[in-house]
Design a protein around this ligand. Structure first.
Ligand code: ASP
Ligand code: MG
Length: 401
């Protein structure tokens, strides 16, 4: 069986017109000889009647103490409604289709309500369906635990469901239909000449998600990478070819003249903390307290007598009393932005950091801190220079070509 999984996000299932486009994508795959399994998110966005946020506020506004198990049951309704509506839409187009909850589709999870991890997928029910040319429409985001309770996989978890089913069904491809043409070299609102990438590696997308550019859930990327299933990110509203996410060896040649960097991402609202005249034991203790307070830190540099790192502006409020209690000298610089150049191919190429710094300094952008890994160079800049920094790096690495 040649199987393809097609996942449709909240906007792609939200109106009859959009569901007609969805049907066209399904019909095209069927016409190409594929057995299609559809995965759906809840319909629409916050404010729309059956959107996840709407359901959540319904429960929480009335009863703020609502327990995690009940919250999951409530949130799961959005996807259940969506699956039934989409199955109905496919049926009305003459296709055989059945709606499945996560449990019915065999998605078994642990009992971490609100952020459940999938333990295993039993694809038998879906395979039976596919063999009979019935199109299963599966609720994204949902699973069931060993007690028979409905769980959810964490916000944005429908992508993860699609990847999990893609692996379990041994699909040729998982198509993620969304409202953009694919993964871009940078945010086009910042860099008007940003363009859609033909292909990108799993690791690069993962780095992007970690550094502020969220087109697809990083967990879905991880699942697909481990299961070796390519992802295709496409626009549900157009025929644009989209971006293929795969292993580097399977990547199509791109049209760039300079392929060192694939994407420039930006993560805003970061606070840089500089601790002065510290001893290593003090710093260790502070880091432990921050971990206990669930403050996640980034861009950390430790020296014998000082330490520098960043936290989110939001977490800075939690951090400050911890620092103050230690009687150490420190300065906090809120509102910074971490601008990252991400590219698998920079591995082992000398001079990439120099190019980054030259590009930023030539535009008078002060670099507060840097960090690098094998495929990412990150620079912390003041928030007001963030957009200019993205444009400078986009140009320096010829990403517009
Ligand atoms: N509906 C869920 C959410 O809004 C899952 C998803 O859309 O992926 O988080
Ligand atoms: Mg999503």
């Amino acid at each position: 069986m040649k199987i393809i999984v097609q996942k449709f996000g909240g906007t792609s299932v939200s109106t009859p017109e959009r569901r007609a486009l969805l049907t066209e994508h399904v019909l095209r795959a069927v016409g190409q000889g594929y057995k299609v399994a559809v995965v759906v998110s809840a319909m629409g966005r916050k404010g729309d009647p059956y959107a996840t946020d709407t359901l959540l506020s319904l429960g929480q506004n009335a009863y703020p103490q609502l327990s995690a198990r009940e919250k999951d049951l409530l949130m799961s309704c959005g996807e259940t409604i969506s699956a039934v509506v989409v199955a109905g839409c496919l049926q009305s187009a003459g296709l055989s289709s059945r709606a499945f909850t996560g449990a019915q589709a065999g998605v078994f999870t642990d009992s971490t309500f609100g952020a459940a991890s999938c333990l295993h997928v039993d694809p038998r029910a879906l395979n039976e369906c596919l063999e009979k040319d019935i199109i299963p429409v599966v609720t994204g985001f949902q699973g069931i635990d060993s007690q028979g309770d409905i769980t959810t996989l964490g916000r944005g978890g429908s992508d993860t469901t699609a990847a999990l089913l893609g692996v379990a069904l041994k699909a040729e491809m998982v198509e993620i239909y969304t409202d953009v043409d694919g993964i871009m070299t940078a945010d086009p609102r910042i860099t008007p000449n940003a363009r859609v990438l033909h292909s990108i590696s799993y690791d690069e997308v993962y780095q992007m998600a970690d550094n502020g550019a969220g087109v697809i859930h990083p967990r879905a990327v991880d699942v697909a990478m481990r299961g070796n299933v390519p992802l295709l990110i496409r626009n549900a509203m157009s025929d644009a070819q989209g971006t293929l996410v795969t292993h580097p060896a399977g990547m199509a040649a791109d049209i760039t003249g300079d392929e060192t960097v694939a994407n420039i991402s930006v993560l805003r609202k970061r606070t840089q903390a500089i601790l002065k005249q510290t001893d290593p034991a003090q710093v260790q203790e502070i880091l432990q307290l921050l971990a206990k307070a669930r403050v996640s830190i980034d861009l950390i540099n430790l020296f014998p007598d000082s330490a520098i790192f960043t936290v989110s502006d939001e977490d800075s409020g939690v951090m400050e009393p911890i620092l103050a209690n230690h009687g150490i000298r420190y300065t906090l610089l809120p509102g910074c932005a971490k601008v990252s150049a991400i590219g698998e191919k920079m591995r082992g190429i000398p001079g990439v950091m120099a190019r980054v710094l030259t590009a930023l300094q030539s535009r008078g952008i002060e670099v507060l801190q840097t960090a690098d890994s094998h495929m990412t160079i990150a620079c912390l800049v003041r928030g007001e220079s963030a957009d200019e920094a993205v444009r400078a790096l986009h140009e320096a690495f010829h990403l517009d070509r």
